[in-house]
Write a protein that binds this ligand. Structure first.
Ligand code: ATP
Length: 431
């Protein structure tokens, strides 16, 4: 298994409940279509007979419930069929969630209180490379196929399936997720943390998770439909120590009532024990799929970089980002937390020299900002920056200190929606 292929048109016959696992070549896209039968990619059905083009490096599985014939054209890094998958257990979870959504909807029309009309709030946890993002996608797409509009929440700052890494975000899923384009960004609510690991500023990470949860709660008020559809929350692969604390924090902050634990017995038993006293929270253990592709630190770093590139240029270079010029005096850049620390000797006796993790530190606009990603805040005043979501991201390509201007790349032209910009440690070298 796992052999690379020559570039020829070929057919693969899939038996019922089996899947074709593919890693597209690093250089060229792969064309693929369903010749007969029905097949889906991570919960989204493929159209019959129409050729689809999958971009380089994409890793996915074409799964069939009742059998299908797939036709491919192009080279792959890996392609093999597998008849052992956890798909039946995943779809059983979907069926239970579906029942809860129907119950919530029925209760809403009878005018019951919030706890009755709340649909399932599912949180997916597990170690890195256990398939959390993939399971989240399937549950969302299956729900959307049945007409629900569940909310997807992504707390994984390491990879980021909604927008650039270093962010946490949420978006309603109104249609099965496009197998090529992924999660839509247009309606997303995005908060910028600015780092790819939460340990850079744990307090800030928790504050942002809380802000996101509160904002969603507000949106659900007066929207019985999305409340009944519920949420699927994707988390980070960090499950030890502080990572574990952050999982508990997320369960608590979002009032999750279904905890899906992927591929780790120990985490499952820890969570089951600690949540025993919460009878309305179900902790469910699920098997990891053998198809999940492991990624080492270097691959993850590369994936982050591609993700940022995709934000500006689109998946297939189909966007053309705009180069804009702004006066330095019109931009106010802040870093959150840290900043120069006073030496202990300069402080009054007993004062704590630790920097406030939520302090806003103004940053000079100069050459040091090249290669750093900046988030454009919706804040109207500096003291709103931490609690505000962001409009998008820019990338400074040139600082002209003589003219006192900067040139920056943004996803669109025109003036920025705010003059307040947030800086973290997220870098990008345009290649
Ligand atoms: P992280 O460690 O970043 O949290 P994760 O647990 O969310 O990762 P995924 O992103 O879901 O893991 O999966 C890792 C990779 O494996 C993805 O590229 C995904 O598309 C691929 N993948 C998942 N399931 C399968 C499968 N059954 N067949 C082929 N590829 C798969």
């Amino acid at each position: 298994i796992g052999s690379a292929s020559a570039s020829t048109v070929r057919q693969v016959k899939l038996d019922r409940e089996s899947e074709l696992r593919i890693e597209v070549s690093n250089e060229t896209p792969l064309r693929l279509r369903v010749l007969n039968g029905n097949a889906e990619i991570f919960g989204t059905e493929l159209p019959p007979e129409i050729w689809l083009s999958f971009p380089p490096r994409l890793k996915f599985a074409v799964f069939t419930w009742y059998g299908a014939t797939i036709e491919m054209d192009g080279t792959t890094e890996t392609e093999y069929t597998a008849d052992e998958t956890p798909m039946v257990s995943y779809v059983n979870v979907h069926a239970v969630l579906e029942g809860r959504r129907n119950h919530a909807k029925a209760s809403a029309s009878k005018g019951s209180d919030t706890s009755q009309v709340q649909g399932p709030r599912v949180i997916v946890v597990g170690p890195t490379d256990s398939g959390k993002s993939t399971l989240s996608r399937m549950l969302l797409s299956w729900a959307a196929k049945q007409g629900w509009k569940p909310t997807y929440v992504d707390l994984d700052i390491g990879q980021g399936s909604i927008t650039v890494p270093g962010s946490i975000a949420a978006t309603p899923i109104e249609l099965p997720i496009d197998s090529i384009e992924g999660i839509p960004l247009e309606m997303a609510l995005v908060y910028f943390f600015g780092h790819t690991t939460p340990s850079n500023n744990l307090d800030l990470y928790k504050v942002l998770v809380k802000e996101l949860a509160q904002m969603l709660e507000k949106q659900f008020t007066g929207n019985a439909e999305s409340r009944a559809a519920g949420m699927v929350i994707n988390t980070m692969g960090w499950i030890e120590g502080v990572g574990y604390e952050l999982i508990l924090h997320a369960i608590d902050t979002f009032n999750a009532n279904v905890v899906l634990v992927l591929g780790q017995e120990k985490l499952f038993s820890m969570l089951r024990d600690v949540l025993k006293n919460k009878p309305n929270v179900d902790v469910v253990k699920l098997q990891k799929s053998g198809g999940v592709v492991s990624r080492n630190a270097k691959v993850r770093q590369k994936a982050r970089s591609y993700r940022i590139r995709e934000y500006f240029y689109g998946l297939t270079n189909d966007f053309s980002p705009h180069a804009n010029v702004a006066n330095i005096s019109d931009l106010h850049v802040y870093r959150i937390g840290g900043g120069p620390q006073a030496p202990r000797s300069a402080l009054p006796i007993g004062a704590d020299p630790v920097a406030n993790p939520l302090r806003l530190v103004p940053v000079n606009v100069d050459q040091d900002l090249l290669h750093l990603l900046l988030a454009v805040s919706y804040a109207k005043e500096p003291d709103e920056i931490i609690s505000s979501n962001v409009a998008g991201f820019i990338y400074i390509t040139d600082v002209d200190t003589r003219r006192k201007t900067v040139t920056y790349l943004g996803p669109s032209a025109g003036i920025l929606p705010s003059k307040y910009l947030i800086l973290g440690t997220l870098t990008w070298l345009e290649t």
